[in-house]
Design a protein. Structure first.
Length: 726
């Protein structure tokens, strides 16, 4: 087909947040036996990886239209039909699969008879594990299609092929006012001016899963179906009383009639059939369908069914036998076609429940969200639960809950405890295959774990805390009782480092189910930037008020007691080396106290405040030693930054990162928390040997390279795959 030639068929597909299935749907269209086609995908403001997956398809027949805001199915389809170039347009849903000969067979049928303007097909169910299921037929023949349209949609929506010339000639398009029944409304208006038909072959695999609109909005869909049906019944039998029309629809649609109304319903149904046959003639297929509906009812309606179609019982038995054979053949074709498509496994739907966005965790989630094998959503309990002032740009789908802080929680937990019952709805909407729960001290994480355990959804624990250092007695007691149960019930654990790993293994986690998911930074970027800034080192030191002769000890920490900064000030004083100067980047309430302490001890202290990333990178390059002597520090991402910037490290043993990024005596020193003498001795040795500082800094950089983003992303993907496989 030349680029300027119009295609034979335009396939229109609307998608919103369906990354799990969209690749299969697209591939099944592009590999049709009818090659002269275009596939128009309307991305209805997806927030998952759908846009990335579509962008990766290189076939020129694929056209992607992106809605800036969500318009809904009907409006999106109308936009696709307006863009279509072919006379004939076909539909497919984003979670369905077309058999390869579908368009070729439908085009042959619609071209064979000018009166036929829309052709559908049978469908075969396909579950979430790609197993074929039940075979569903729609009525064949123009008259049977019209009869069926009195009680419900006469076509499976994602199977239709329609003549666009007829739609345009009569001004027919989807009406968004009908929501989930916009297709049913359109087909009744098409059948008013043309015929329709269905092919008996199942030419579309229809997914069956809990996220479908037909399941989520079943009651709403039923109300609109009833509205359209009663409108069409009134057109065929305008003299039929409203109550009788309701009863006829209830019987014909199989929804059941009120108790005691069976006889009247059967009479109304037969009257509707008579009116229909006056208009469209007697059709044996229609009579059999009517007889089936009456046979499903109770009492004398079954006798009326036999009067309409005397051979019905024998015919039903024969059809059951043929259906079994047809279903078996369709199952075999399905397995063969899915294997031929060679589509990778559907992405795992992963929901992460996290307290708040952080600059060291968000980039990892961004990278995971871009992976085709993962459909990621992150639910945050709040914008911040710990009073953070940082700004985080999110490149992954995120949901923020709105909660009410529990008074007094911060004194006990050192962070807010927002009550967020919306977590339950957010989890239901996400339909996760696996849930990753960060920590266990927020309402959102606790509710998420309970939700997973109640529904049998596997959960993974994301753990930062460790057991090194003192804890309040009540904290240890609670952790000792509650955490082992959480750990043993989880499908696995993701931990930030060695200390967190030791903690969860000690509480019952099988070691083989524990993987590293680091708190880290873009190590190559930090290393490359440090290399570029190295030529400006003298200038950067001068900006801090220090000369080349000085030994700058840098600490990056909140000015709070748990960071051990008073210990660091005292250790600098105890070195007795006037060249040693201390720079602290960070803000917090302890600033005035640290300033007074430094003045009393004669320590040159510069409190630089909170620094933006570029200024912080410059401070690392200007420094000679990095120190973090925290009394409690689950990890300490600043250690990653300092190591990637090529600094020797002085860390307390309570800093989580110290046990993975520090080798005592190799790239720095490990000292007991609060031990001024040990810290002073380490600083004294580092200040005395510039060559050793350079060697240690190079070793820090090498150790940091193993803690970049890629290993953690791979670890996360492997963990969620393993959890769902179990």
């Amino acid at each position: 087909m030349a680029a300027a030639d119009p295609p034979l068929v335009s396939v229109v597909l609307a998608v919103h947040d369906d990354a799990r299935y969209i690749r299969v749907a697209v591939e099944s269209v592009l590999r049709q036996t009818l090659a002269e086609l275009e596939l128009i995908v309307i991305d209805d403001a997806s927030t998952d990886s759908t846009p990335t997956l579509l962008a990766a398809v290189s076939d020129p027949r694929l056209i992607v239209l992106a809605n800036d805001e969500r318009l809904g199915l009907a409006a999106s389809l109308d936009r696709g039909f307006e863009r279509a170039r072919a006379r004939y347009a076909a539909r497919l849903d984003a979670d369905d699969v077309a058999f390869p000969e579908r368009l070729e067979l439908q085009l042959a049928r619609i071209r064979a008879e000018p009166r036929v303007a829309v052709v559908g097909t049978a469908v075969l169910d396909l579950d979430e594990a790609r197993r074929p299921g039940r075979l569903h037929h729609m009525p064949s023949g123009a008259t049977a299609v019209r009869w069926h349209a009195l009680f419900g949609a006469p076509f499976f929506h994602p199977t239709v092929l329609v003549d666009r010339e007829l739609l345009e000639a009569h001004g027919l398009r989807y009406d968004p006012a009908y929501l989930e029944s916009e297709d049913y409304d359109l087909w009744t208006r098409v059948l008013a001016v043309a015929d329709g038909d269905n092919l008996a072959q199942p030419l579309v695999l229809k997914r069956v899963h809990e996220g479908q609109a037909s399941k989520r909005r079943r009651d709403l869909q039923a109300s609109f179906q009833r509205r359209v049906s009663l409108r069409e019944i009134a057109r065929v039998a305008p003299e039929l009383p409203t109550e009788d029309a309701e009863l006829a629809w209830a019987l014909g649609s199989g929804r059941g009639v009120p108790t005691g109304s069976g006889k009247r319903a059967a009479g109304a149904y037969l009257e509707l059939l008579r009116r229909f046959e006056r208009r469209h003639g007697v059709d044996s297929t229609v009579r059999r369908a009517a007889a089936r509906a009456l046979a499903r009812a109770s009492g004398s309606s079954r006798l009326r069914a036999l009067a309409l179609a005397p051979a019905l019982p024998a015919r039903i038995a024969g059809e059951r036998s043929r259906r079994r054979l047809d279903t078996g053949a369709a199952h075999a074709r399905t397995r063969s076609w899915l294997a031929e498509l060679s589509i990778p496994p559907d992405p795992v739907r992963v929901t992460v429940v996290s307290p708040e966005p952080t600059p060291y965790r968000a980039p990892l989630f961004d990278r995971i969200a871009s992976r085709p094998e993962v459909d990621l959503t992150v639910i945050y309990a709040a914008r911040t639960v710990a009073g953070r002032t940082w700004s985080v740009d999110l490149g992954h789908p995120a949901v923020f809950l709105h909660g009410v802080p529990l008074p007094g929680a911060r004194r006990l937990l050192h962070h807010d405890y927002p009550l967020t019952p919306g977590i339950l709805r957010a989890l239901r909407d996400a339909r996760p295959d696996v849930v990753v729960v960060s920590g266990w001290s927020t309402f959102a994480s606790q509710a998420a774990l309970a939700w997973c355990r109640a529904r049998g959804v596997p959960d993974l624990l994301l753990v930062e805390s460790h057991d090194v250092g003192p804890r309040a007695g009540w904290r240890r007691a609670v952790k000792g009782v509650v955490v082992p149960r959480l750990v043993r019930g989880a499908a696995g654990a993701l931990v930030v480092g060695t200390l967190a790993r030791d903690s969860v293994v000690a509480r019952g986690a099988p070691p083989e189910r524990v993987r590293i998911f680091a708190n880290t930074v873009d190590v190559p970027a930090w290393e490359e930037r440090a290399g570029r800034l190295a030529g400006r080192r003298d200038e950067l030191r001068a900006a801090l008020g220090r000369s080349e002769r000085d030994v700058i000890v840098l600490s990056v920490a909140r000015l709070a007691p748990e960071k051990g900064l008073d210990t660091l000030v005292r250790a600098v004083a105890e070195t007795g080396d006037a060249r040693v100067a201390l720079v602290v980047a960070g803000g917090g309430p302890q600033g005035p106290g640290l300033t007074r302490l430094a003045q009393e001890l004669g320590v040159r202290l510069l409190l630089a405040g909170d620094l933006p990333e570029q200024s912080l990178a410059e401070a690392y390059v200007a420094a000679d030693v990095f120190a973090l002597l925290s009394l409690h520090e689950p990890w300490g991402v600043v250690v990653n930054e300092a190591a990637a910037s090529g600094l020797p490290l002085l860390l307390s043993e309570r800093v989580g990162a110290a046990h993975d990024l520090l080798r005592d005596g190799d790239n720095g020193a490990l000292v007991p928390a609060g031990d001024v003498t040990a810290a002073a001795a380490a600083l004294r040795a580092l200040a005395a040997d510039p060559g050793e500082r350079v060697r240690m800094g190079a070793r820090s950089r090498k150790l940091a390279r193993s803690w970049g983003y890629n290993p953690s992303v791979e670890s996360f993907v492997a963990a969620v795959r393993k959890a769902t496989a179990r």
